[in-house]
Design a protein around this ligand. Structure first.
Ligand SMILES: Cc1cc2nc3c(=O)[nH]c(=O)nc-3n(C[C@H](O)[C@H](O)[C@H](O)COP(=O)(O)OP(=O)(O)OC[C@H]3O[C@@H](n4cnc5c(N)ncnc54)[C@H](O)[C@@H]3O)c2cc1C
Length: 375
């Protein structure tokens, strides 16, 4: 109703295949906590499938399989009908699940104690815009796709996180006029990539296009998402350090004056505001420190105090007299993770992405970067 009311299209299609789900216990001796994916192919096409995801409880799994013909609804869904999710109609029984286990289980096993089961269909569709005017769509309202790789809920939550801080700034009157447009600019390419990749993964398996498991795990965990092309993200650094638009990584071993236990950077970033991290290493002198403090004052004025600022200093940097909240990069983790050297500035957005970096720090460039975000 919302999509139609806004005049948004939802292009894509439906998989002909139907799937079934069942929560069961099995008596196999597979290692605890591992997922299992087993399939049979004929001429490169998957014609039998078993995916077992461990659930809390002893030997309890959620199993997903192609539906047998006696449970399948008839025909392909009409092109204009969005067939996605659970179907009404008869639910799978233990015997249906056992038949697939007998063909594809890695060890002979008996399924028992069926707690819940259903039949579901999968579509792959995406809207042509993530919003119109004051109305936005996020999550499954914006994109639907196969559950392969467990991307749906995670993508939807990240849509919401990307949108929430922008709406919050707009509602309080602090947002620049075009800030809300960056939601579609940043999230629709992510949605398109997820829809395309999960459709490929459903046919070929997760990681079929890559021989590097480390890369595949990071991609499926959505750690590699980048907004580098966004209108509200700054230019790449001249050194090889972390590129603006990347997810801001954590750094441990940060210490504060008079406090014994160290902090994680994520603790500093956990609030709802933007965070400005000004960095100083041992080469920064008193004049350099004054420039960093002046930058902090300008950012405060340009954003109405909506940016939280910290000075992150190398262990021996002579910045003890600063008026800024001082954090020591005791183990150098921050400098390594961000490629920080000399005097530098990093702006991290409320959704945990690096928006801007600069070294040496020039106040005009820093406040200029903030203009498409803050009124
Ligand atoms: C079999 C299967 C397995 C999956 N496994 C995973 C997984 O492992 N990991 C993962 O990340 N994702 C997974 N997903 C995807 C995930 O479930 C969805 O992406 C996610 O639930 C979408 O959340 P949502 O809030 O956008 O939409 P929904 O969860 O659909 O919530 C929308 C809500 O809006 C309500 N609603 C609709 N219309 C109206 C209206 N007019 N007025 C008021 N309320 C309305 C609905 O009742 C519903 O409660 C799976 C999906 C399936 C089908």
């Amino acid at each position: 109703m919302v999509r139609k009311g806004l005049g948004l299209t939802f292009e894509g299609g439906a998989f002909v295949e139907q799937y079934m789900l069942g929560d069961v216990e099995v008596d196999w001796a597979m290692p605890r906590g591992y997922g299992i994916r087993s399939m049979h192919q004929t001429d490169g096409e998957t014609d039998d499938l078993l995916v077992c995801i461990p659930l809390p409880g002893r030997r309890r799994y959620r199993m997903s399989m192609l539906v047998p013909s006696d449970l399948a609804g008839t025909g392909t869904p009409a092109a204009d009908k969005i067939a996605h999710g659970f179907e009404a109609g008869p639910a799978p029984e233990l015997s249906h699940i056992q038949a697939v286990l007998d063909r594809l289980s890695p060890q002979p096993t008996r399924a028992s104690n069926l707690r819940w089961s259903s039949v579901f269909r999968i579509s792959h569709r995406i809207v042509d815009s993530y919003g119109r005017g004051r109305v936005f769509v996020a999550g499954d309202a914006a994109h639907i796709h196969p559950p392969t790789g467990a991307q749906g809920m995670n993508t939807g939550i990240q849509d919401a996180h990307n949108l929430a801080w922008k709406v919050a700034l707009a509602v309080s009157g602090a947002a620049a006029p075009d800030l809300l447009d960056s939601y579609d600019a940043e999230r629709r390419p992510v949605g398109e990539e997820v829809v395309g990749r999960t459709v490929r993964s459903a046919r070929e398996g997760i990681g079929a296009g890559s021989s590097d498991p480390d890369y595949v795990i990071r991609r499926e965990a959505q750690l590699l998402i980048s907004y580098a092309d966004s209108p509200i993200v700054g230019e790449p650094a001249s050194n090889a350090g972390l590129a603006p638009g990347s997810r801001a990584p954590d750094a441990r071993g940060l210490t504060r004056t008079t406090v014994a236990f160290p902090l994680r950077l994520f603790t500093l970033l956990a609030g709802p505001n933007h965070t400005l991290l000004l960095y100083a290493d041992d080469s920064v002198d008193a004049r350099g420190l004054e420039l960093l403090e002046a930058a902090a004052t300008s950012v405060d004025a340009a954003t109405g105090g909506l940016v939280d600022t910290y000075l992150v200093a190398s262990p021996a940097a002579e910045v003890g007299e600063t008026v800024l909240p001082l954090i020591r990069d005791r183990d150098g983790e921050f400098a390594r993770a961000y490629g920080a050297e000399g005097a530098a500035a990093f702006v991290i957005r409320p959704d945990g992405y690096l928006g801007f970096r600069q070294s040496p720090v020039a106040v005009d460039g820093l406040t200029g970067y903030l203009k498409p975000t803050f009124r």
